[in-house]
Ligand binder design. Structure first.
Ligand SMILES: Nc1ncnc2c1ncn2[C@@H]1O[C@H](COP(=O)(O)OP(=O)(O)OP(=O)(O)O)[C@@H](O)[C@H]1O
Length: 262
């Protein structure tokens, strides 16, 4: 794969459970280093798409190409082990972290494939905490001893520390309050640019996509409604449904402003 080719290219992904088809012939590419936002209303198939990438759903795919540095698993859909050399940041950080393990230990585990001394591992873990704007004291705290926002920052540090090229996010900001959401979103974007990793980011938040996406993939009833660059999507969405999603977000924003004024 040349550097200009996508890190992940999925063509014709279909997921069936019993007689139900949850994803119909879904295709998308993720370019190296880009932020792909996957949006759509509840039940559209966003989590199913991520689960298929984790090997947790029975999926058929016409063409599947994934080739992060040094390995090439093109042709093989993820099995139960999931895509190698990727990381995941989930919605609920407390469910994602081992409650009996310090944040430092959870982050260090992400380095298990790296040949490092204990000191090097600790230094890399402290660097990752600092990148996620957590001070060294967080190294020895348990998930139950920190706020939700701090726990999600630790998950972000854990995903980034291994310096991999593709990270999946499943609504990682949705359990956090608005101010913390904003801060973490900004930090995440800065870290993405710095690390060069590509992010596949499932979100309900059109404002997030408008601020940070390079490309937008809209799903509806398990089908692709739009797959566009951010600027094309917001200037001329590919379908009436995609337009309605943007308009609904604007209406909600206006409602919020109106409420604040009252
Ligand atoms: N294991 C399953 N078996 C059968 N149907 C399923 C299964 N998992 C999900 N579904 C159905 O597939 C559809 C898509 O669900 P999915 O969770 O992917 O939506 P989503 O876009 O992530 O929604 P949300 O934003 O609410 O998380 C829904 O109608 C859901 O009920």
């Amino acid at each position: 794969m040349s550097p200009s080719e996508p890190i992940l290219s999925v063509e014709g992904l279909t997921v069936r459970v019993g007689t139900a088809t949850l994803l119909h012939d879904v295709s998308f590419d993720v370019a190296r280093g880009e932020m792909l936002c996957v949006i759509g209303e509840s039940g559209a198939g966003k989590s199913t798409l991520l689960k298929a990438m984790q090997g947790l759903m029975p999926a058929d795919c016409r063409r599947f190409r994934f080739a992060p540095g040094g390995i090439d698993v093109s042709g093989a859909m993820p099995d139960q082990i999931g895509l190698p050399r990727t990381r995941w940041v989930m919605q609920d950080p407390l469910a994602a972290l081992n409650p009996r393990q310090t944040l430092g230990r959870s982050i260090a585990e992400s380095l298990h494939r790296h040949a490092m001394t204990a000191e090097q591992r600790r230094a890399a873990t402290l660097d990752a905490l600092a990148e996620a704007e957590l001070s060294p004291e967080f190294h020895d705290l348990l998930p139950g001893q920190v706020s939700l926002g701090q726990a999600q920052r630790a998950c972000l540090a854990r995903a980034l520390v291994a310096k991999l090229e593709l990270i999946f996010f499943d609504e990682p900001l949705s359990t956090l309050d608005a101010l913390v959401q904003k801060k973490i979103a900004y930090r995440m974007d800065a870290l993405r640019r710095q690390s060069g990793a590509a992010f596949v980011f499932v979100t309900h938040d059109i404002g997030f996509a408008e601020a940070y996406a390079d490309r937008v993939l809209v799903l509806k009833d398990g089908r692709v409604e739009a797959s566009q660059t951010r600027s094309a999507f917001f200037a001329a969405p590919a379908s009436a449904y995609a337009r309605a999603l943007i308009d609904a977000a604007e209406t909600l924003g206006a409602l919020r402003t109106q409420e604040a004024a009252e």
